[in-house]
Design a protein around this ligand. Structure first.
Ligand code: OOG
Ligand code: NI
Length: 460
């Protein structure tokens, strides 16, 4: 009875995602330009490629396309990460996946907060790539202690946000008035601040250790550093960016262009220098660059077997290139990627037969009209055309791509080698819970669709 008055977490997330986009559009005008370019490209693709339009219509992706975006933030302490997990939980977002960025010389590990059930994703697929700074990787113990003390002094959540999180937890949800207030208060955590929490000299010291450390430690909160719209054709957007005054990174991260897109392809443009007032300055004489732009194209979620093939082909292409992809070797990198990925079947049937991707199965018109087919197997229904398979869209991230995005914004000078690597256990301890295995989620969604098809057809 009492549950009736609660706003669904999915709707809170949908509103929050919109509020975040509005705030970022106001803060970063270039984001508005990028959004315009992506919207135009998506319209063109849908008009030019009726097959794509039909497929997106059938999967329901067409309805979520315009509101689809992910943001990224970086936090400094276990306490901050754990509270973020509680804040995102109010919006129905769970930590999915564990990403270790240290092999790429970035002293963080990360997860993605997102909705986990296909019906919730349909209401709002909003995701936040969330990184925790690994202070233990700072070798200079004095600097480490300083960074820790600065972080310990800040509180990145408003008192009202904290109160509403606790309220949602104890009551089981938020009512309309509380939900509206929660969205406003939660937004404050992600806002950009023009003043730092350290002196100019302290900022320099932190930045000299690693630019990312300065970005996390020297500010009042984990400003959202990009908000990424989903495009239907990333190569077109990449090619048109310069004409819109935007300079993209040299290569598109992820798999090469294909007929049947898989996983995730991403590109970004460099962070802008923004004026900052340090604590020993009365005006914004200093500067800091953190916020950048990114776009992405999403394709099919891969099974463990498909992912292993993806990783093998990506590594083979990169090994053959022999260095990090950059401006000078971009054409060769693209050619190598296309050649190596020739081995990856580029059709829905090919991927399904080899168990490389996850699918959602749906009963076709022919299936709905069929009689006397109860008891047939999924394979038989597929063969008879009673059921068809649609790829499940990949909702997550890729560590090699994320590293490339981090790197292109931090600059080459930031390539440090860390002795210590992956530490999921420490991350989960900081988070206060375990991260969810994304592959299990896709397998469950696929199975639910199979069960639904067979249940429907069992009455025929
Ligand atoms: C996150 C970089 C990774 C992505 O989409 O893979 C990322 C960051 O710079 O904080 O956004
Ligand atoms: Ni991103």
């Amino acid at each position: 009875m009492t549950e009736q008055r609660f706003v669904s977490p999915d709707l809170i997330r949908q509103r929050f995602s919109k509020a975040m986009s509005d705030m970022y559009r106001e803060e970063v005008p270039l984001y508005g330009a990028l959004m315009g370019l992506v919207e135009q490209t998506n319209r063109d693709v849908l008009a030019r490629e009726p097959d794509i339009a039909r497929q997106l219509d059938s999967t329901g992706e067409i309805q979520r396309l315009d509101m689809e975006r992910h943001g990224a933030i970086r936090v400094g302490t276990a306490q901050e990460l754990a509270t973020l997990a509680r804040l995102f939980a109010v919006m129905g977002m769970q930590p999915v996946g564990y990403y270790d960025l240290t092999p790429a010389g970035v002293p963080v590990h990360s997860t993605a907060f997102r909705a986990v059930h296909e019906t919730a994703l349909q209401v709002s697929p909003f995701r936040v790539f969330t990184s925790l700074l690994r202070l233990e990787l700072i070798e200079d113990s004095e600097l480490r202690a300083f960074a820790q003390s600065v972080l310990d002094q800040r509180s990145i959540f408003t008192p009202t946000a904290l109160r509403l999180i606790a309220q949602a937890e104890s009551a089981g949800g938020l009512d309309e008035v509380e939900a509206a207030e929660f969205v406003l208060q939660a937004l404050e955590t992600f806002r950009w601040h023009h003043s730092a929490t350290v002196t100019a000299a302290q900022y320099q010291t932190l930045s000299a250790q690693h630019r990312l450390i300065a970005d996390v430690v020297a500010f009042k909160g984990p400003h959202i550093n990009h908000l990424t719209p989903r495009t239907l054709d990333i190569d077109i957007v990449q090619a048109q960016m310069p004409a819109h005054g935007i300079t993209p990174k040299a290569v598109v991260e992820g798999p090469p262009r294909r007929q049947c897109p898989i996983l995730l392809r991403q590109t970004s443009f460099k962070a802008l220098d923004e004026p900052i007032a340090f604590t020993d300055q009365s005006d914004s004489r200093g500067s800091h660059s953190a916020r950048f732009g990114e776009i992405e194209q999403r394709g099919a979620a891969l099974t463990p077997k498909g992912r292993a093939l993806y990783d093998r082909l990506l590594n083979a292409a990169r090994d053959e290139l022999g260095e990090f992809p950059n401006e000078a070797n971009a054409a060769r990198y693209n050619a190598l990627m296309s050649r190596h990925f020739g081995e990856f079947p580029d059709s829905i049937e090919g991927m399904r037969e080899q168990d490389l991707a996850y699918f959602r199965y749906v009963v076709t018109e022919k299936g709905h009209a069929a009689q006397g087919v109860a008891g047939a197997s999924l394979q038989e229904h597929l063969r008879e055309g009673h059921v068809k398979a649609e790829p499940l869209v990949y909702e997550d991230f890729l560590p090699v791509s994320a590293a490339g995005i981090f790197q292109s914004n931090l600059g080459d000078a930031a390539q440090t080698h860390y002795g210590e690597h992956s530490n999921r256990q420490a991350f989960e301890q900081a988070l206060g819970r375990s991260t969810i295995d994304e592959l299990g989620l896709y397998a469950e969604t696929q199975q639910r669709s199979i069960d639904e098809c067979l249940a429907l057809l069992s009455h025929r």
